[in-house]
Design a protein around this ligand. Structure first.
Ligand code: URA
Length: 242
């Protein structure tokens, strides 16, 4: 038995919070009867649960796959321009999986693919401030002052960025710098735009960490399933109980 809002969220319909509203609004039925009580417990699969008259389909087995995305793949499930997508890297997976967030076409590195919509929503919610670490090869004049402004937050067209960790790596040979940068926001092309805002250009970008996950041991184009322990850690980071 589980709380109704948890079941609806698990089925990937919406977040728990939104499910509570659906229930209070009288849009959810259990066994053919409208339930508006938020603490209501139901058995699923087992009982017939309907949202707006649509029956919740039986839950799919959850799949979690970590890939090391090469450049030249887009992070959406399909592309109207016929480009390769990250799903082309996992042809044997039969479940409908989606990337958790996006990496640009030209960005490499760690990307999680899953059909666990609730975990995906939790990890992408700004409130959770999930950390992402990138190694950027940057061209330009990257002074200590510019590094400090990247750390403190820079003004972009969609507002000032939150504080970030920025570290110059020993491989740097001006005017080429190798920089490790950790952010917790997920704006479009954020790292590239942050460097642009201080007059530098990102030549290559690779994500090496996401939440509790690291790219270690995974070659470019490689993939592996998450361990149970990793899934548990992600649930905690996403602010969810399993
Ligand atoms: N920041 C970027 O600029 N690109 C990415 O793909 C990810 C973060």
């Amino acid at each position: 038995m589980e709380r109704l809002q948890k079941i609806i969220a698990k089925a990937g319909i919406c977040s728990r919070r939104a499910a509570e509203k659906l229930i209070s609004d009288g849009r959810v039925k259990v066994g053919g009867r409208v339930v508006t009580e938020l603490g209501f417990q139901a058995e699923w699969p087992g009982q017939k649960i309907e949202v707006d008259g649509k029956v919740l389909a039986a839950p799919e087995k959850h799949v979690y796959i970590l890939i090391n995305k090469p450049r030249g793949y887009i992070s959406t499930a399909s592309d109207d321009r016929g480009r390769k997508t990250v799903l082309d890297l996992v042809p044997s997976v039969k479940e409908r999986i989606y990337p958790v967030g996006r990496l640009d076409y030209d960005t490499e590195g760690l990307l999680l693919l899953t059909n666990d919509g609730e975990l995906m929503n939790g990890l992408l919610h700004p409130r959770q401030e999930v950390k992402k670490t990138y190694i950027a090869m940057v061209e330009g004049e990257l002074s200590g002052e510019k590094m400090d402004s990247l750390r403190g937050g820079v003004e972009l067209s969609d507002g000032k960025t939150a504080p970030a960790q920025v570290l110059l790596l020993p491989n740097s040979r001006p005017p080429l710098y190798e920089v490790r940068i950790t952010i917790h926001e997920g704006r479009n092309r954020q790292v590239r735009r942050m460097f642009e805002s201080v007059g530098c250009r990102v030549i290559s970008l690779r994500r090496v960490r996401f939440a509790a996950l690291s790219l270690k041991g995974l070659e470019c184009g490689g993939k592996r399933p998450l361990t149970d322990e990793e899934v548990m850690m992600l649930y905690e980071i996403a602010g969810l109980e399993k």
